[in-house]
Design a protein around this ligand. Structure first.
Ligand code: SF4
Length: 461
């Protein structure tokens, strides 16, 4: 089925006319306009509708992006080579040590294994790779075809674990068994098998950072802030992640969760079993970055931590503001469209854009919940379109209708922006520019300015 565009002429804000988009019936409650006739709540957490080309990835991909940054573990994909190629080096996650995550291993299943089973091939691949790379653990991802042929992956993992004496963890993620978000849950379950198996001594003011993936070295920026405050970071899950740190993750006093869509499930399991509380934060934009540091200081009820956090924020703020003011003057009046993986990040982006004079006119995400969209609605300006699990036709339509000058998204949104002839900012896994923290806010402003104000766009109109 194709998305239908019906021929109803509609006046846009600039006075020109464009066709109204006929949203598929089954998706109508996933699109809303703040203050418009369709301002109902946006329903999140739904499976993608057949016929609507989703921007979402599969369950396997969801699990792979979460576990991928663990640099001293072997990641082997049990399936046809395409699943591995599709997720090879999928995040720009940097590592301060081993970089096993950057290699893509696959059992490369063929017709023979589909008929007779791929267990032997998996066993041999694991033994060979463990001997060659000496990893601290191995994650074995199952894909669609393994879900169909029914290989007993758990049995093989147990066998190799016994033989090689390292954790071999099955990641049961056939692509067809749900949404990308289900893949996050599968990844959390896999991680949880490691948590609690280490016996490192606990430290004072100790936190785990959950849901930062060290894209372009962002985690290292955060580690510096926490160090300046006197906070001990016990484990980073999974950016620059290490198996031994994850094994000792239960020794922290607090789980600080960014990208809550992917990591909240792990935080909840740790709360239930180890009593470790968790808090949701965002490290994007000055406001949310500062709030994250204050909230952590507040949690430990320490005057000393709080005064160090205030000092840090003051220092960074006064260093940053003159530069941001320069960008704000040049970006005044520009409009942005946002389509990202998790809705929580979109909330920070709206605030960060506002700080540099940019109005957000379209906000969407792949995995947001109804509650996330309600928060976005409260924050967004009148007329902003909010959309869940969108597709290229809808996104292109709303970007044009709202006259956005910049599209902020990931690899699948980049061609939409360039085809329309507007600026693009990569805020997804593949980004090469650190966008978190105070330094990240400045990089973000620079990137938005250089793309939105590029002279190239006058030749595309
Ligand atoms: S949908 Fe299935 S076959 Fe396609 S990449 Fe995901 S796991 Fe592999």
């Amino acid at each position: 089925m194709l998305l239908l565009v019906i021929d109803i002429a509609k006046k846009t804000e600039r006075g020109d006319t464009m066709k109204e988009l006929d949203i598929l019936d089954g998706r109508k409650n996933q699109v809303s306009t703040v203050g418009g006739t369709n301002s109902q709540a946006v329903e999140g957490n739904k499976r993608s509708l057949a016929g609507s080309v989703s921007q979402r990835a599969c369950v396997f991909c969801g699990s792979r992006v979460v576990l991928y940054p663990i640099g001293d573990a072997l990641h082997i994909i049990h399936g046809p080579i395409g699943c591995a190629a599709y997720t090879w080096d999928i995040r720009g996650s940097q590592s301060s040590g081993m970089e096993l995550h950057r290699l893509s291993f696959s059992t490369d299943l063929h017709e023979k294994e589909v008929v007779f089973g791929g267990e032997q091939k998996l066993y041999k691949s694991l033994i060979e790779l463990i001997d060659l790379h000496q990893p601290k653990a191995a994650f074995v991802y199952t894909t669609c075809i393994v879900g169909v042929i029914g290989d007993d992956v758990e049995k093989i993992c147990k066998l190799v674990e016994k033989e090689k004496n390292i954790p071999i963890i099955p990641v049961q993620a056939p692509g067809f068994q749900g949404t990308k978000k289900d893949g996050y849950k599968v990844a959390c379950e896999a991680l949880y098998t490691l948590v609690g198996t280490g016996d490192r001594p606990a430290q004072k003011y100790s936190i785990n950072i959950l849901g930062d993936f060290n894209l372009a070295g962002e985690l290292w920026i955060l580690l510096d802030y926490y160090k300046r405050m006197g906070i001990h970071v016990n484990a980073t899950i999974t950016g620059d992640g290490r198996v031994d740190d994850i094994r000792n993750a239960h020794k922290a006093q607090l789980n600080v969760v960014q990208c809550s869509g992917s990591m909240m499930y792990l935080a909840k399991m740790m709360k239930e079993e180890y009593g470790i509380p968790h808090m949701k934060v965002s490290y994007f934009g000055i406001e949310d970055m500062s709030d994250a540091l204050y909230e952590v200081a507040k949690f430990f009820k320490s005057e000393e931590l709080m005064s160090k956090a205030k000092e840090l924020v003051r220092e960074e703020f006064s260093r940053l503001m003159p530069d941001l003011q320069w960008y704000k003057e040049r970006l005044a009046g520009k409009k942005a469209a946002i389509y990202v993986g998790g809705a929580f990040k979109a909330i920070s982006l709206i605030k960060a854009l506002r700080l540099i004079g940019v109005q957000t006119v379209l906000v969407g995400s792949q995995t947001g919940t109804t509650e996330d969209y309600e928060l976005i609605k409260q924050l967004a300006d009148e007329g902003t379109v909010i959309v869940d699990d969108s597709n290229p036709v809808e996104l292109a339509h709303f970007v044009k209708q709202k006259h956005a000058d910049i599209f902020i998204g990931g690899v699948k949104e980049r061609p939409i922006a360039y085809k329309i002839g507007i600026g693009f900012c990569d805020h997804n896994h593949e980004r090469k520019e650190a966008l978190a923290g105070y330094e990240g806010m400045l990089n973000f402003a620079k990137e938005i300015y250089s793309t939105a104000c590029s002279p190239i766009w006058k030749f595309t109109k």
